[in-house]
Every structure is written in structure tokens, then in C-alpha cells.
Design a binder for this molecule. Structure first.
Ligand SMILES: [Zn+2]
Length: 170
């Protein structure tokens, strides 16, 4: 699965609905790999303040500071992608299309949705709590837009990533 790392991702960074964003450069199908999150992993205390809003939890006290283009993907309340495990690298994750995406459409995933199983395993850990600096007023335009995004929404695994059942971390 080395191909995951060397993929030419079908996206580019542009002006999104909120600052920078990432858009598809061609039509994408359900289940297609859209992009990949990777970058240095550090302890929470070592995340530079300017990077805090981009940081992605990996495990225990390890947080990824994602590189471009993935770091510029905006939140969406009705997103067209989810994050999934990268079968080639436990410290990375992939962005997967959950519905057909048109060329030029902005790529989004829900920053606030979290797998119920993962939540139950870690919710007692203060490091795992929603950090106030992650809160923002959403302007994604979706009919079900939450407005103020200021905490996790816990969802069952099947809801978050219906197409990821066969993906296994190696
Ligand atoms: Zn929204």
C-alpha cells in the first residue's frame, strides 16, 4: 500500500468558504481517497500556539501537525468526506469521499464528529477534551449547519465512516 503515500491527490488548495480551503480538481467517487493527513507528531504541550487549531489527535499524548494540503481542509456540517485510518501508516490518516464530489467542489469533513468507541475509551483524559481554541462560528451553508462549533458530537462508528469497515491498521 505504498501507493497511498505517493498518491497524486486530486485536490488543490484555494480560497475556501472560510479562508483557505481544498477543492477537488476532478470528479470523485464514493470511497475514493481524496487526500492524506501526515506531519510531525508531538506532545500536546509542544504544539506551537499558531498550530493548535490544526492539530489532530493520534493517540495518548501524540498530536499531528498536518502538512498541506490536508491542513487546509475546512469543516462542514454536512461534509463530503470522513477521516479514515491510513493502512500504510498508523501516524497518518486518509480523507475518503462519502458521496460523489464534483470537480471544483470544496472538500470538507466534520471536525466535531468523533467515534463513540474512541470517545468512551478516552473521555476521562483531560488532554482529550475539546480545546476552546478549536471553537468557531461555522458558515458552511448546510441546511443542518450547527452554527457555533464548540464541542464534540459523538456518533456511532457506522455513521461516521460507513465505508471503512474493511480498512485495517497494519
Ligand atoms: Zn456548518
Amino acid at each position: 500500500m505504498e501507493a497511498v503515500r505517493q498518491h497524486n491527490w486530486p485536490v488543490r488548495v484555494t480560497q475556501g468558504y472560510s479562508g483557505y480551503g481544498v477543492v477537488a480538481i476532478r470528479e470523485l467517487g464514493i470511497g475514493e481517497l481524496v487526500c492524506r493527513f501526515d506531519g510531525p507528531c508531538v506532545a500536546f504541550a509542544d504544539i506551537p500556539l499558531s498550530e493548535l487549531r490544526h492539530a489532530l489527535w493520534i493517540d495518548s499524548d501524540r498530536w499531528m501537525i498536518p502538512s498541506a494540503p490536508a491542513r487546509f481542509i475546512n469543516h462542514g456540517c454536512e461534509p463530503n468526506c470522513v477521516l479514515g485510518e491510513d493502512p500504510t501508516d498508523a501516524d497518518a490518516c486518509v480523507v475518503i469521499a462519502t458521496r460523489p464530489i464534483a470537480s471544483g467542489e470544496e472538500i470538507t469533513f466534520a471536525y466535531d464528529r468523533i467515534d463513540a468507541e474512541e470517545w468512551r475509551a478516552h473521555c476521562g483524559d483531560p488532554l482529550y477534551a475539546w480545546h476552546p481554541s478549536w471553537s468557531f462560528d461555522c458558515r458552511c451553508g448546510a441546511p443542518s449547519c450547527r452554527g457555533r462549533v464548540d464541542g464534540y458530537r459523538i456518533v456511532e462508528r457506522g455513521t461516521l465512516a460507513p465505508d471503512l469497515g474493511s480498512r485495517q491498521r497494519t
